[in-house]
Design a binder for this molecule. Sequence first.
Ligand SMILES: Cc1cc2nc3c(=O)[nH]c(=O)nc-3n(C[C@H](O)[C@H](O)[C@H](O)COP(=O)(O)OP(=O)(O)OC[C@H]3O[C@@H](n4cnc5c(N)ncnc54)[C@H](O)[C@@H]3O)c2cc1C
Length: 465
Amino acid sequence: MVNKTLEQVANPDVIIVGGGIAGLAAALRCQDRGLTALVLEAEPRVGGRMTTDRVNGFRIDRGVTLLGKKFTRMRSLARRLGLAPRMHDGSFKLGLEDGHTVRSFRDRRPDDLLRDSGLSWQAKRASFRFLFDLCRNQTRLAHGDSQRALHLDRENVAQYLAHSAGGSELLTRFFEPSMCGPVGGSVANLSAEVFFQTIRNTLAAGFWCVDDGVDLIPETIAKQVPVQTSAHVIQVRRKGPQVMVEALVEGRPRRYTARGCIFAIPGQLVPALCPDLPEWVVQPLSHTRYASMASAHVALRKPPQAAYSGYGFAGERMDGVQALEFEHLRSPFLCPQGRGMISIYYKQTPTFPVIASSDDALRTSAIQLMRKTFPDIAKDILFVHLVRWPVGIALFPAGRLTEMAALRTRLAAWDAPLDFCGDYLDGLSSEGALCTGEQAADRMITRLNDYRPLERVVARLAGCA
Ligand SMILES: Cc1cc2nc3c(=O)[nH]c(=O)nc-3n(C[C@H](O)[C@H](O)[C@H](O)COP(=O)(O)OP(=O)(O)OC[C@H]3O[C@@H](n4cnc5c(N)ncnc54)[C@H](O)[C@@H]3O)c2cc1C
């Protein structure tokens, strides 16, 4: 694939603001359809919440870690990028600490839930109903396709489970402790549709990983589409048929002109950048909310004896702690040979505000948790690497997917050269983000309706595209 230099795309057809997976997928789709796209990314690297830090031989996935086998767009994209040899399927075992015992559950084994000795028979009956509804709806639950199951978006998980005796026990003793990490906080308040989607696409399907770190996917896309990093967009305005984009590129002001612009940044940030938006766009974008989160990645001289890829707490837990991942089991290639790593995911609480708390406070909490939970490894801690996400996982209370589906329908009929993508538009996962990027690009391509593939190919061959 020819990689255009940044000079060649000084006047691109489409500017994409934000180089996370949604923006990069949008750029790739535009390029595939013959439009030149330029991605402007504020940070010095692409990927956004899909990035990897490399520290002392450990690869630390900062945001995205769990890629479900039903992430079909992400899988085919990774294969297309030539990453097939780096993709590995893995098995996942979840441990739930409950007093002095640890209850365990395997991915793709719903029978583990029915056999769980920690649940009453009523709770098991409620889980049977949940599994039945999951099977009934499963063809409608792909991430990035949520308009197909909006009947499930009318209730949150607590309301849905309240229809069954034993439902609230199932919620507090299984779903909350096992899924609060992946959904960024309370399962009870989450749209039932997003919850069904998350289970269907991950635990029920199994997982895969990228051996050198999940950032291989965005970094490889960025080698194939033009990207300007360290480019912080400060304003986007329409001027006649064109869009003017003002950015600070490595601190210096720069203006770009394009025929269209796709915002691939968190929704609530868009209205301040683009004063031209109509109210029917501003309102739903302004309702975008994210859970603020932090993680502490504890590198270990040797792995602990416990053999769980994921770990949660059904009983008492330390302030802010949501879930743990054993990285040497989740994705064995991320740690140097013989070493281990446990990632601890925190949520913001009134008593432990993890975004504002000092590095020392977070490190101390992480080490205390290790000592308390896995005393056998307390002396093997090599270092603790910290990550903070003020904009963490997109929040979807009941009704939010419906609001976003209505927005997408109106966008499809809009004639302005502006569009939007990102996880907040359709689910809380990287797969949903990717799908929204491709969908925004498709809408933009249709809108810039003088798109003529044959003429563009001829022009490109003549060297003037
Ligand atoms: C801790 C954590 C764990 C997660 N785990 C998983 C998981 O296991 N599996 C999964 O599928 N998903 C997971 N997610 C969710 C996943 O990370 C996101 O859904 C996905 O990465 C969002 O992609 P995006 O492109 O929409 O947004 P982002 O990745 O946030 O990209 C937006 C980009 O826009 C840039 N930007 C913002 N403002 C500007 C501006 N003014 N000018 C230029 N650029 C700008 C940002 O720097 C950023 O790079 C997790 C998220 C977090 C925080």
